[in-house]
Design a protein around this ligand. Structure first.
Ligand code: SAM
Length: 266
């Protein structure tokens, strides 16, 4: 844990919080936090700063928060992810949250095993825990919303309807439609090992990157993505498993963002 995360409703009026769960265990046994010591802390979706341990009886740990920094800014990348094997799903979600991606759309695809959709790992509680662990690891107070789409075409039609190409710029969805219909990004990338290298693509920010299932995207899906304004890109030689591919491509995109926008801080 690189950032102790607390919920807004856990904060008491005097800016203290009482922890009795895994966070207190972690602070005691891994960080070795004792009374008087301060750790980095933040409020989910809110400000960050420090938390000083003011009391600890071994069961209840009380900390006083000083929230001096602005809320974390998500990295300007939206992740579309074909649902991977349940065994790696939560680790992948955790990594994406550690990077601080803006949002995650999980989707069915031709080569996604249909049993994955019924996995308990897709339950909001399981996803929520992975997102929290990732944010704590990445030291961000941003928790990306995760939406699950049982049909790829429904996701594409919802967010990138036919006839609206990326060159036309981001579309503002009508107000009040909720997270599912948020504005779509101008640059849309499709991660595919056989495609031209990512550094050749013309990028604008924020952007969307779509990562395929373990067996890859099928040609019909690639064609449909392209039709909806997605540009296939590769990371170079190695073909990586989904879990590694997500981290590698997010790392490459962050570097490209820094190179094109020096001083961006991400
Ligand atoms: N044989 C499959 C193929 O050729 O598409 C391999 C799929 S790979 C295990 C799973 C997903 O990770 C791919 O669909 C792609 O989105 C992403 N990926 C893995 N390695 C990649 C690379 N070198 N470049 C771009 N995307 C990659």
């Amino acid at each position: 844990v690189n950032l102790l995360l607390v919920e807004r409703d856990e904060l008491r009026p005097d800016a203290s919080v009482v922890l009795t769960d895994r966070r207190a265990d972690h602070l005691r046994s891994v960080i070795g936090a004792t009374v008087g010591q301060a750790v980095r802390a933040g409020v989910v979706g809110g400000r960050s700063g420090t938390a000083e341990v003011t009391d600890d009886d071994g069961a209840r740990m009380t900390l006083r928060l000083r929230l001096t920094a602005q809320p974390s800014v998500p990295i300007p990348i939206e992740l579309v992810l074909a649902i991977p094997r349940p065994k790696v799903l939560l680790r992948t979600i955790e990594s994406a949250a550690a990077f601080g991606v803006t949002r995650i759309d999980l989707t069915n695809a031709w080569r996604v095993d249909k049993s994955y959709l019924g996995s308990p790992k897709l339950a909001p509680e399981a996803l929520g825990r992975a997102l929290r662990l990732g944010a704590e690891q990445g030291a961000t107070t941003h928790i990306p919303p995760v939406l699950t789409h049982p049909r790829l075409m429904s996701l594409l039609n919802l967010r990138w309807p036919p006839g609206k190409r990326s060159s036309e710029g981001p579309s503002k969805e009508p107000a009040g439609q909720g997270a599912e219909r948020s504005a779509s990004t101008a640059t849309r990338l499709l991660a595919h090992p056989d495609a031209p290298p990512i550094e050749r693509a013309s990028l604008s920010w924020p952007l969307t990157i779509a990562v395929g299932p373990e067996g890859g995207w099928i040609q019909r899906e690639i064609d449909t993505f392209v039709d909806r304004g997605f540009v296939p890109v590769s990371m170079g030689g190695p073909i990586l498993r989904v879990e590694s591919a997500v981290s590698a491509i997010l790392g490459q995109l962050l570097l490209l963002h820094r190179l094109r926008r020096p001083g961006s801080g991400i």
